[in-house]
Design a protein around this ligand. Structure first.
Ligand SMILES: *Cc1c(COP(=O)(O)O)cnc(C)c1O
Length: 431
């Protein structure tokens, strides 16, 4: 993201055409700032990638990456479909006026009330994950005398992580049905239910993936199964959902592919399988989360205390941390950053950026080079748009940050900063 950072005559960092120091002053910190044009650009790269190849597709935004009414409205404007994994995410979609027929529901333990809400609102598709869910669906669809489209979530035995993929015959995962046996059992159970329309298969092989090999192997595996079902009882998948996981750039170590090249690779492999087995061409669905919003936001913080330990490390503390970005603590995620009010100053000071939670693991960055920092400086952390706000917590009773959208050089508050009253609004007295 560094290459997209600009500077103004005050020596301040400019993001999405806005002076970031002004934004911090106006809205306070910690503050998430989304560049809406970037969100649209990412979304269009996928949508137009399919269009250019003349392929029927749905690009479903995985809303767990960042869900808010404004965000889902942008997804709607871009013609995306939407993944939800809970009643709360579905409720947000309803509030955003998202077309329900383009909503897909995921989850490895969907509760009866969640499935009921999905059925009542006539969402487009339920991605069935396990046998318990099949039973719940049978009961509910009878009760509501309603039909629904479903996909079967399967684990093709391929796990992709950034640069590696791991081949496992029988995947150890809490999600979905294995392809060896369970998928067929689930298929037969679903076929017994006249209210269920099985459209095809779904798989999601991992996250922050920088290569296409894992996807291509998954497609091969899925088609081995689909071909078996075709030969046995003439089943033709109308939909093939290949999940999300497309990687983005957090630091210079990351080298993601162009979003459209993932699309091209997937389409070509599906084409190859179709030709090989002589099957009908399915709609291809994908579910990018991170790749839509991840590199479309920065987080602004105010620097406070410093602790310099000679010959060991310099700690610089900011007014947020794991409560607004748990990824470094959770899985050693790396970020890049700059000091927004000192953009012209040379990065000569090695610092580790600490959060303010009572938890030693609450660190945002280790040993990065910054200009000489002092209390009151504004730190801008890059590429924080995915799994930042959406994973934020109230640990230490910090109110959640505010979120601003910027487009056409206009900033708009889209999620208010929480108040202390918000923090105690569900607390009841015991006196
Ligand atoms: C998390 C998830 C996604 C989105 O993953 P990204 O890495 O954010 O693209 C898509 N589909 C499913 C089923 C998921 O669990």
């Amino acid at each position: 993201m560094r290459e997209r950072i600009e500077m103004n005559t005050k020596g301040h960092m400019v993001y999405a055409g806005m002076d970031t120091v002004d934004l911090a002053n106006q809205y306070g910190t910690p503050l998430f700032v989304y560049d809406v044009e970037r969100i649209r650009k990412n979304a269009r790269a996928f949508v137009e990638g399919f269009k250019a190849l003349n392929v029927k597709a749905q690009v479903a935004y995985a809303s767990k990456a960042f869900s808010s009414v404004a965000m889902l409205q942008v997804a709607k404007q871009e013609g995306l479909s939407l993944d939800v994994v809970s009643e709360g995410e579905l409720f947000t979609a309803i509030q955003a006026g998202f077309p329900m027929d383009k909503v897909h529901m995921h989850g490895n333990n969907k509760a009866r009330h969640e499935l009921e809400m999905a059925i009542k609102h006539k969402i487009g598709c339920i991605v069935v994950d396990n046998f318990h869910e099949i039973e719940l669906l049978q009961e509910l669809l009878m009760e509501y005398k309603q039909d629904i489209d479903v996909l079967l979530r399967v684990t093709p035995g391929i796990e992709a992580h950034t640069h590696d993929y791991i081949l496992t015959g029988n995947e150890d995962s809490k999600f979905g049905f294995d392809l060896t046996k369970q998928a067929r059992e689930a298929y037969e159970l679903l076929k017994l239910n006249p209210h269920v329309h099985l459209k095809g298969l779904h798989c999601h092989i991992g996250s922050q993936i920088f290569e296409t090999d894992g996807f291509l192997m998954a497609i091969k595996r899925l088609y081995e199964t689909l071909n078996e079902w075709h030969v046995r009882d003439g089943f033709n998948a109308e939909v093939l959902n290949l999940g999300g996981g497309f990687g983005i750039k957090y630091t210079d170590e990351d080298e993601p592919l162009e979003l459209s090249s993932y699309v091209k690779a997937l389409v070509e492999q599906v084409q190859e399988e179709i030709d090989h087995y002589q099957l009908l061409y399915p709609e291809i669905w994908i579910e990018p989360g991170r790749a839509i919003v991840g590199d479309a936001a920065i987080t602004l913080y105010t620097v406070g205390s410093k602790k310099e330990i000679p010959n060991v490390r310099n700690y610089v503390a900011i007014d947020g941390g794991m409560t607004d970005n748990i990824r470094p603590a959770l899985y050693q995620a790396k970020y890049d950053a700059c000091v927004a009010n000192k953009i012209t100053e040379a990065p000569t000071y090695q610092a580790s950026v600490a959060g303010k939670c009572c938890e030693s693991g609450d660190m945002l960055m280790w040993d990065v080079l910054l200009p000489e920092v002092k209390a009151g400086d504004i730190l801008a952390v890059f590429s924080t748009g995915a799994y930042g706000y959406s994973m934020s917590s109230h640990y230490n009773r910090f109110p959640k940050a505010a979120v601003v959208f910027v487009e056409h050089q206009q900033a708009k508050l889209v999620v208010k900063r929480e108040s202390y009253e918000d923090l105690v609004k569900n607390d009841l007295s015991y006196e």
